[in-house]
Each structure stands twice: as C-alpha cells, then as structure tokens.
Design a protein around this ligand. Sequence first.
Ligand code: PGA
Length: 296
Amino acid sequence: MLVFRLVLGYYLRPFVKRQNIAKNPVVIKAVVKQRYLSDLKRVLDMARQRLIAGNWKMNGSSDSIKELLAGIHGDLDPSWKSAVLVCAPAVYLPLVSDLVAESKVAMGAQNLSEQASGAYTGEISGAMLADIKAQFVLVGHSERRSLYGESSEVVADKYNAALENGLKPVLCIGETLEEREAGTTMEVVKAQIDAVINQYGIEAIAKGVIAYEPVWAIGTGKTATPEQAQGVHAEIRAHLAQFDAQVAEETQILYGGSMNPTNAEQLLAQADIDGGLIGGASLKAEQFIAICKAAG
Ligand code: PGA
C-alpha cells in the first residue's frame, strides 16, 4: 500500500507543481503522498555513508604515488559502498587529480590558508585547491595544531575558507595523553568543535566531516579500543544534537589513530564510527585496501 502511495505521489508530482489548487482533493492527496516520498528519502539519506580517508602526510614521490594509486585502483571493488579519499601533499595534487579522474577515489589536500589571497608567502588558498579539483581538505590535524601552532580559532577560519570554496573540510579533533589522563577528553574535543560552531554555526558542521583522532594514538601504534572510540564518538554526536538533532544524525564522524587492517573491522563496527582517517597504513596499497574492504 505504501509503495502504491509512493508511486502515485511520484506521478502526481508535476501535476501538483503546475496546479496551485489548494482545495482540490486530488491535489491535497497528492501533496500527502509527496510528503511520504520526502520522508522516505530523508530516512534513506540519514544512513551515513562510510568514508575511508588516507592522509599521506609529507610522504611520497611522483613514482611512489603512481604505484600506490595503481595498487589501490587495482584492488578497489566497485561494489563497496564506502567512499574513498586520499589526501596528498599539495605539490602532487595535480598528479593525483589525473590519476583518480576516472575512479571512485576522491582527492583531498592536507591544509589550506584561512586567507583568500594576497601576500601570504608559501600559503595555498581554498580557491587554488578547488581550481586543481580537490574535493576535501583536512583542517586542524593534530600535527598542524601542535607543530605549527594552529589555534582552534584559526582552524575554524580554515574550515570556513574550505566551505567558501566548495571544498569539504575534515575537521580533526582529539585530546593529548595528558588531557585524557586528566579526564578532560570531552571538554577538549567539544571546545575544538565549538570553535567552528561559535563562528560559523551548526550549518557549517553539516557541510563537513569530523575526524576524532586521539593524539596519543596517532602514529604510535596505540589505538583507542573500539569502546573508547565509540564512547567519544557518541558523546560528540550527543553534543551536536544539542544544536541540531538532524545535523548530529547525519554528520560523518571518522576515527583516526593507528587504524590498520587488524583493528579496522572492530572499530568500524561501532554505531557512531563512520569511517577512518588513516596515516601510516594508507601508504601501502594492500593495507589501505584491506581497511576499505573492512568498511564494505
Ligand atoms: P596514523 O595517522 O594512522 O599513522 O596513526 C593518522 C593521522 O594522523 O591522521
């Protein structure tokens, strides 16, 4: 019956659009059916797609990137539903753009300037990244925060600069070991998220991706347990829900920090973990592919 109603609603859609006869019972019925349709679509849209993102950091050469992407393309199964992304060093983005042009692999940068253009020697703007067909950009990776002094306010401006140029920002957040041991994990990650929300609103969060990466797990071989990671992801989602329930439900929250083929399946099985941001294991095609496979 529902299917019949949906089909009916679908076929009456142009009619409803053309006629503005609010009192006509046929139109009213069609509008009701239309509501069924959009509700159904909303429910379907709410299922969050998984995203497996490689962060190559400052690694690679033209040759090694060609080899890595050939390996990834060779074993990427088109039936896997997860989205796949590689974030390359800026100078190799044009090369990567050519190599992924016909594939399902998306391309991202690892950083961008918060400024639009001008006298900022050495910086790369969001417009430049969009110009060379980047689709994503990491912002606020812990290495940028700790080694290059990026404050949460600067990270928020970078996040906004990405959005203004049609790029999808991946907002990296996470606590240090000291902060975890002091019991301030949630305080820290909420403040990192709130820096964006306070400046640019919850709508900005809706247009990006969050990557929770406990600093103590990055590049150390120490992974958060699936329960530890899930706990933080669930609290992040609950925090977003205080601003907007739909945004909370729809935002992809990735886990990052020593994700590898051995632990990926269990981490990705958690209800609030929607993918991974992978450093070391993204540099080896077979390991990266094994994680993509675990994501399905
Ligand atoms: P890792 O890095 O997987 O090597 O721990 C993750 C990251 O820094 O994004």
